[in-house]
Every structure is written in C-alpha cells, then in structure tokens.
Design a protein around this ligand. Structure first.
Ligand SMILES: NC(=O)c1ccc[n+]([C@@H]2O[C@H](COP(=O)([O-])OP(=O)(O)OC[C@H]3O[C@@H](n4cnc5c(N)ncnc54)[C@H](O)[C@@H]3O)[C@@H](O)[C@H]2O)c1
Length: 263
C-alpha cells in the first residue's frame, strides 16, 4: 500500500495551517509497513489538485484510489450568511471534490487508453446536512447534497475506464463536529465499551469502497459506529397529477391537494 496523505491542517473555520497531523498519519502508516508521504495542497485549487494527483503518480507510479474528504464549516442562517462564507464552503467541498476527481479521471482515462485495465476508485464525503437539510448550514448542506449527485454522475462517466465512484456520509467525533453546538456532549467517548463516535469506525467502509473488487458504484452509505445504511437515490414520491394541456391555476390548485403537505 502506498498513500499520499494530503491535509492543509486548517481549522474547520478555514483558518490556520498545521501540517503535523498529515505527517503523523503518514509516519503511522510507514510504521505499520506501508509507504506514505504527507502533502499539503489546497485541494480546491486547480493547480493544487493537479499537483496532488501528480505527487501520487510521481512518488508511487500510479493512482488507484482517491478519497475526497477535506471540509470546513461556516455556519449561518440564510438571512445572515456572508458571501465569503458561502463561497468558501462551496469552494472547499464542491470544487474540492471536483478538482482532484477531475485530475484523477484525466489520469485514469489516459492510462485506460494506454491499455491499463486496473480498477480505480473514487470515494467522496457527504453529510446528513445535505440529506436532511440542517438549518444554519445552507452553504455546507447544499455542497454536501451536490456531492452525492457529483458522485453519481462520475460513476456513470467513469465506468468506461474501470472506475467506481461512491459516497460516504460519516458520523464521528472530529474537529469539525466538536465545534458544532450540542455535538460534543452527544459524541463523548464512553469510559468503556464500543466508542460509536470514534472516527476510525468510518475507515473500514472507506477501505471497502477502495477495494479492487468493490461491486458498488454511484451509491451513498451512511456510516456511524457499527451501522452502515445505504441511501436511496432521488426518486419520485408516489402519485403524479396530469392534465392533457397546460394547467389553469384554479384547476391546478384544486388537484395539488392530492399531494398532502409534508410535516
Ligand atoms: N465528523 C462528522 O461527523 C462528519 C459528518 C458529516 C460529514 N463530515 C465530513 O467529513 C469530512 C472530514 O471532516 P472531519 O469531520 O474529519 O473534520 P476535520 O476538521 O477533522 O477534517 C477536515 C480536514 O479538511 C482539511 N482541509 C480543509 N480545507 C482544505 C483544503 N482546501 N485543502 C486540503 N485540506 C483541507 C482540514 O485541514 C482538516 O484536516 C468533511 O468533508 C466533513 O464535511 C464529517
């Protein structure tokens, strides 16, 4: 196994820079007999993402798996959110998934055309905020919701190059969740027994989705503790109403009653 551990070491409000955690993880992998280096590219920058993919190829000869996981929070309600808080969260999450995936896909396409038939794996990180629409996170939730669609489109496009694309929706005690009001108390580690909020609980699922025999693509899995749930993709909810020509407003208003408002 050979890994590039990329992390800028920014706090979840986007400030600061501490590359020690990435270096520590790379050292831990090496101590267990793996090959690993640390890097600190900005994954949401076009050149940073390209350099990250190039680092893997130059250092280790190829790239089989890309895990998109970087994230920040800038919570605020819609009426109070700044342009900067919106742009930066969309940049780090959505463009931060797009840019590395784009350079990985370009590499895989070239390799496929050159005759390689290796399995390639993309793993993306969404959030319950993007599924259940958490108030106060209109930037983050929108990006996280978009990441699921991004993964599904990538799955369809990259199938021809032997690549799969799947998403995880993690629930774990990390710097990000420890900064969210109310969560530190809920996620506190127990004195003994299974620590259901330990971030390492998510790792086996990421490792599984990284496997060369992973049978899934375009799927999204919620992972927390020992629980793994597959999410259903967007679907039409029940009945539809039909009109042979364009609706008149009064007719439509009457027939819309067929859809009972959601609670
Ligand atoms: N912890 C949870 O329960 C939870 C829930 C839902 C989603 N997530 C998602 O999981 C992912 C990992 O978050 P976490 O919980 O481990 O939080 P974390 O704050 O511990 O880790 C996020 C990492 O992203 C890095 N980062 C931020 N911007 C970057 C950039 N531009 N380039 C490179 N690295 C950058 C930070 O340095 C940080 O180490 C995020 O995408 C987050 O949205 C986490």
């Amino acid at each position: 196994m050979a890994v590039v551990v990329n992390d800028r070491g920014v706090a979840n409000d986007g400030t600061g820079s501490d590359t020690t955690p990435a270096a520590d993880v790379a050292a831990e992998i090496r101590a267990h007999g793996g090959r690993a280096i640390a890097s600190d590219h900005d994954i949401a920058s076009w050149d940073g993402a390209r350099a990250l993919v190039a680092t893997a190829v130059t250092e280790f000869g190829d790239l089989d798996v890309l895990v998109n996981n970087a994230g920040i929070l800038r919570d605020a309600t819609l009426a109070k959110m700044s342009e900067e808080a919106f742009d930066e969260v969309i940049r780090v999450h959505l463009k931060g998934h797009f840019a590395p995936s784009r350079w990985a896909a370009t590499h895989w396409r070239e390799q496929y055309k050159a005759g390689s038939r290796r399995r390639r794996n993309l793993i993306h990180t969404s959030s319950t905020s993007g599924i259940y629409a958490n108030p106060g996170q209109i930037n983050y939730g929108s990006a996280k919701s978009a990441i699921i669609t991004f993964s599904q489109i990538a799955a369809k496009e990259l199938e021809r190059y032997g690549a799969v694309s799947n998403c995880v929706v993690p629930g774990a005690r990390t710097r990000l969740t420890l900064s969210s009001p109310g969560l530190p108390e809920i996620m506190e580690a127990p004195a003994e027994g299974f620590d259901v909020w330990a971030p390492g609980n998510v790792s086996p699922v990421v490792a599984y989705l990284s496997g060369s025999d992973c049978p899934f693509t375009g799927e999204t899995f919620y992972v927390q503790g020992g629980t793994v749930r597959r999410l259903a993709p967007w679907s039409i909810a029940g009945e539809s109403i039909e009109h042979p020509t364009r609706w008149r407003l009064d007719e439509l208003a009457e027939r819309m009653q067929r859809f009972s408002p959601r609670q």
